[in-house]
Design a binder for this molecule. Structure first.
Ligand code: DSN
Length: 423
């Protein structure tokens, strides 16, 4: 199935046809985009429920519109589940995405022009962590730590940069860092320099929930995440805090929880999306089950298999992975991330270009390729089939002439794995 991206029709019939075509495309495609998952059908139903009809502002028990009792119940449910899943003392479930959650936290805790120390984009940081192309980089002054030659964070470098630049905030976590993070070590540095510590676990939230990746919640002041990358939930963000929620953060007099609630509403947002909040309540309930924990173990198994297969011919940043994703450094192979992404797409395999440590190419080109296993695990791929697909990836990257054969093979393999989702 191919979709004509230049199709400009409008109207219901065209839309229905496009949804069907997209479903067919996703069904027959191997999606290894590390930032994606599949919305669980129960979650999709909750998200599209009558809660999507509600517009109201404020928090449970303190709304600005009548008839909001159901909204109060569903929001409290999502908050309590978020706290239970992540061992948090505080959760705010109203953010529309992790990007807005990050901007909310930055504006809640800093003044314009304050210095923030975060991971640089090429080493795996995120756009909204005060990177230069983002609004966050315009309002705050970013200084950046990278990774060592072995692809790992160097806490001595973080400490040294904090001593030199006196940041008000340190951010850890990102979208291209494949290894575990020493959140307790980051906290020691933050405390030494009197700054607030924020962790963004958008990419690893499912592994954190299943105890397969370190949790920042006991260690950092604020944790942000989204519910659509590794929680198989609706598009949306969460803001969490552990023991620090009940006390003032550095330089403030009010408890952190109060500052964060006020920052989400009324400072940053009006009415939240109650359909999404119902979806968050639903997915956070599922995340606590043995079924979800099994799924996360499978995500890790497939990521390790992917790393073992790709390391035979390619350089992997950090030499492997502790998460769901593998970052391939293509510089020694003479192809760019963009070329690799396009060749794989032609073969029915979706992955995305990503910059790698020390990358001098623009983000649109990038010298690396990021590959992740959330969707392959969710669709129940067997080890044998996933291994065949890994062979296909290697074949395409080594020889563009392999594309038609690999495309046919991927379509055959994926036809045996159903794809849930509304038609
Ligand atoms: N954060 C981007 C990524 O990791 O691809 C998408 O939101």
């Amino acid at each position: 199935m191919t979709i004509d991206a230049t199709d400009r029709r409008i109207g219901a019939a065209g839309l229905v046809e496009t949804i069907r075509a997209e479903h067919e495309y996703q069904r027959e495609t191997l999606c290894l985009i590390a930032a994606r998952s599949i919305v669980h059908p129960r979650v999709a139903a909750a998200t599209q429920s009558v809660f999507a009809n509600i517009t109201t502002e404020g928090y449970p028990g303190d709304r600005y519109h009548s008839g909001s009792a159901g909204a109060d119940v569903v929001e409290r449910m999502a908050v309590d589940s978020a706290c239970a899943v992540f061992g948090a003392a505080y959760a705010n479930v109203q953010s529309h995405a992790a990007s807005t959650a990050n901007l909310t936290v930055l504006t809640a805790l800093l003044a314009p022009g304050d210095v923030v120390l975060s991971m640089d984009l090429a080493s795996g940081g995120h756009l909204t962590h005060v990177s230069r192309p983002s609004v966050t980089g315009r309002f705050f002054r970013g200084v950046y730590y990278g990774v060592r030659a072995d692809g790992r964070i160097d806490l001595a470098e973080v400490d040294e940069l904090a001593a030199r630049h006196r940041p008000k905030m340190i951010i850890c976590g990102g979208s291209g860092y494949t290894r575990g993070i020493d959140f307790a070590g980051f906290r020691r540095i933050a405390d030494r320099h009197g700054c607030v510590l924020v962790a963004d676990i958008s990419h690893t939230a499912g592994l954190v929930a299943a105890g397969l990746y370190p949790s920042p919640v006991p260690h950092v002041h604020v944790t942000t995440l989204c519910t659509h990358k590794q929680l198989y939930g609706p598009k949306g963000g969460l803001i969490l805090s552990g023991p620090d929620a009940l006390v003032p953060p550095p330089g403030r007099t009010e408890p952190l929880a109060k500052i964060l609630d006020r920052a989400v509403f009324p400072y940053f947002q009006g009415s939240p999306d109650f359909g999404a909040i119902a979806g968050k309540a639903c997915v956070l309930d599922w995340v606590r089950t043995a079924e979800f924990h099994r799924l996360m173990r499978r995500v890790r198994e497939l990521a390790d298999l992917l790393a073992r297969r790709l390391e035979r011919g390619f350089d992997l940043v950090s030499g492997g992975t502790d998460s769901h994703m593998v970052l391939v450094d293509l510089r020694s192979r003479g192809i760019t991330g963009r070329d690799a992404e396009r060749a794989l797409e032609a073969a029915g395999i979706l992955a995305n270009r990503n910059r790698v440590p020390g990358d001098t190419t623009p983000a649109r080109v990038a010298a690396g390729l990021r590959v992740g296993t959330n969707i392959a695990a969710y669709r129940g791929m067997t080890t044998a089939d996933f291994d065949r697909c890994c062979t296909g990836i290697v074949d395409v990257l080594e020889n563009p002439a392999a594309v038609p054969g690999v495309r046919a093979e991927i379509a055959e393999v994926m036809s045996r794995y159903p794809l849930e989702g509304a038609l």
